[in-house]
Design a protein around this ligand. Structure first.
Ligand code: NDP
Length: 280
């Protein structure tokens, strides 16, 4: 019986059902995880259904912020970030949290073996993914978070919220076209996080001029997108440490699984489930 599901608009591309059912099956818990296409207009009705019928939900675009006023309790970090990707439902009460930041933190550790505490981050993009993950990294003891975005106002809004919650943190903003500022930042960055949606389509350009990268830079590059993007290709050519978004997706799902079941997530089973999952 389906007791868990991922919802979004669109949703057919999601590999979460394959990945989560692989985890449930590895623990002898069957295949209780489904997917449902839910439009923004349908979200309130879906939440009523989930309250009665489900034990857990993952949310993806465009529901991560919209669900917050519809549920009973929200984790303070997720509330500050304005982004919830995991619902836990018990006795008709719904608790919301976000595992995206945990997913990014553990993907960085798994790929680069460098600590997050004390590190300087440069985010390209200031949308939902940047919001959820930047708050988590700040909470993990990041030294600096720099935000470059096409719409500078969105970067400034996120920066203000980060500064309010983390007065010690260095937070800076720039327009994505300010190449002089980006070049200065890259020379003092441990992790460059590509968090725009550019790269989702095969013919998308890079989000900033790739000439700004060179092999002497001290940074590790993480692209939240899990196909090879022009950024990852260039980073590989320059032998800069780099990784795509697959592990972020796996670790955010692993954390959701652990919250729901109270069991350690079988990471390798989830990785196999992710790789075998066919979008439908
Ligand atoms: P949002 O729609 O909230 O934000 C999109 C971001 O991309 C904004 O910063 C936006 O800038 C920027 N952007 C979009 N188009 C352009 C463009 N043509 N030029 C420059 N910047 C552009 O999306 P999310 O934050 O939710 O997702 C961002 C990415 O993160 C997606 O690619 C998604 O696949 C990935 N992701 C990966 C996860 C994983 O587990 N691997 C988890 C969650 C997300 P502006 O503000 O100016 O519009």
């Amino acid at each position: 019986m389906i007791k868990y599901m991922v919802i979004g608009d669109p949703i057919s591309h999601s590999r979460s059902p394959g990945m989560q059912n692989a985890a449930f099956e590895a623990c002898g818990l069957g295949s209780p995880y489904g997917r449902r296409h839910v439009t923004p207009e349908e979200l309130p009705e879906f939440v009523k259904f989930a309250r009665k019928e489900l034990a857990g939900v993952n949310l993806t675009v465009p529901h991560k912020a919209a669900v917050i006023p519809l549920i009973d309790r929200v984790d303070p970090e997720a509330a500050a970030a304005g982004s919830v990707n995991t619902l836990v439902i018990e006795n008709g009460k719904i608790f919301g949290t976000s595992t995206d930041g945990y997913g990014l933190e553990h993907a960085l550790l798994a790929n680069f073996h460098r600590p997050v505490r004390g590190a300087a981050f440069c985010f390209i993009g200031a949308g939902g993914a940047a919001h959820a993950t930047a708050f988590h990294l700040a909470g993990c003891g990041a030294r600096a978070i720099r935000l470059a975005n096409r719409t500078i106002g969105k970067a400034e809004e996120l920066a203000d919220r980060l500064r309010q919650r983390n007065p010690e943190l260095l937070v800076e903003t720039a327009g994505i076209g300010d190449t002089e500022q980006l070049a200065r930042w890259f020379a003092d960055t441990d992790f460059l996080i590509q968090a725009t949606s550019l790269g989702l389509r095969p013919d998308d350009p890079a989000p900033f001029p790739l000439e700004l990268l060179h092999s002497g830079l001290p940074l590790s590059i993480f692209d939240t997108i899990y196909r090879e993007t022009p950024l990852l290709k260039r980073a590989g050519e320059l032998s800069l440490p780099c990784a795509g978004g697959m592990d972020m997706l796996i670790y955010q799902g692993a954390k959701s699984f652990e919250i729901w079941t109270g069991r350690p997530a079988p990471i390798e089973a989830m990785r196999r489930g992710f790789l075998e999952a066919q979008p439908c």
